[in-house]
Design a protein around this ligand. Sequence first.
Ligand SMILES: *Cc1c(COP(=O)(O)O)cnc(C)c1O
Length: 396
Amino acid sequence: MIYADNAATTKMSARAIQAMLPYMETVWGNPSSLYAAGQRAAEALQSARERMAACFGATAAEIYFTSGGSEADNQAILSAAKNGERKGKKHIISTAFEHHAVLHTLKKLEKAGFEIELLDVHENGRILPSQVADAIREDTCLVTIMYANNEIGSVQPIPEIGEICRAKGVPFHTDAVQAAGHLPIDVVAQHIDMLSLSAHKFHGPKGIGMLYARKGIVLTNVIEGGAQERGKRGGTENVPAIMGMATALEDACRHMEENTEKVTRLRNRLIEGLSKIPHSILNGDPEKRLPGNVNFCFEGIEGESLLLLLDDKGICASSGSACTSGSLDPSHVLLAIGRPHEIAHGSLRLSLCEDNTEEEVEYILKSVPEVVEYLRSISPLWKDKVCGKREFLLPE
Ligand SMILES: *Cc1c(COP(=O)(O)O)cnc(C)c1O
């Protein structure tokens, strides 16, 4: 099997698994317990907090463990909204192509009377810092913009956005779930007030993540309960998962340069090869994109059929279209960058990691054009285009 869906989740590293085992087999006490067996778990937690904070220039006291990226996004946004509401500020700035953990939380706030302004992300999937500067108002209580997009891989000008928000005194949150462990992050230099990450996107375990909140940012609980996480997140800490996450993040940051070099080379080879398919288009910025992200639209095919046929060939990939969930709506990300519905339906995302090989890339480059050609050959719509009854939307 060729796994090319690392933006959906990654395989756990052997080192992350090893880091977890002692906290299931030996040091399994409750970190809140006062006896020594509990305190050993508490010390491990504290060390994980310090090791993770060091990966992006934060301090241990600014780290809050959560159940994953989604919970961290929810908590960051709901906290900023609550803080804003107290001061009569109910305007929030974001983009139309955020992850649903962000968009659905914003929807909920809109129903509660907040004004949500979604900035245009342009065809290359990037916003301009000046858009943020122009949108900020007296009553803006939060700017939340993802670090890198999970579907099309475009990376935002985070330091510039952070600088603008800091100068205007508006809290800035970034969903860095796709970026953490893959791109260098420094919350101080980049003026980031809150940041979400998730372990399973960098070879750590699922169901564990983290919210960074700069000292001085007041958090609101999403999970009420005990005094864990300085009272901001109830529930006994998932010590094994946290230990696995800390090791996975440290490893990812330590090997970032060499991994980026390798993955970027494989990615560029894929982009170059797939661009040769007639009537195709690359989605996302060609330069400012995640090292492992490849995303194309192919005219005249359904993403779902493409995925199933690639699965038959042993390739795990993804498509933005959401037909499986019962809706015929294509990806909100592809629509946000202006792809027409028909084109957006024919998308393919391949997301690589450092475990992928050149042989795998060559196999993908042989398989995708075959499958695209086959699907077109059985499509009545495509036949109409070929004989001139319908217009092609993408150039040859
Ligand atoms: C995966 C992902 C999330 C959700 O993280 P979970 O840990 O799965 O809840 C949020 N945002 C982005 C950009 C993601 O890619």
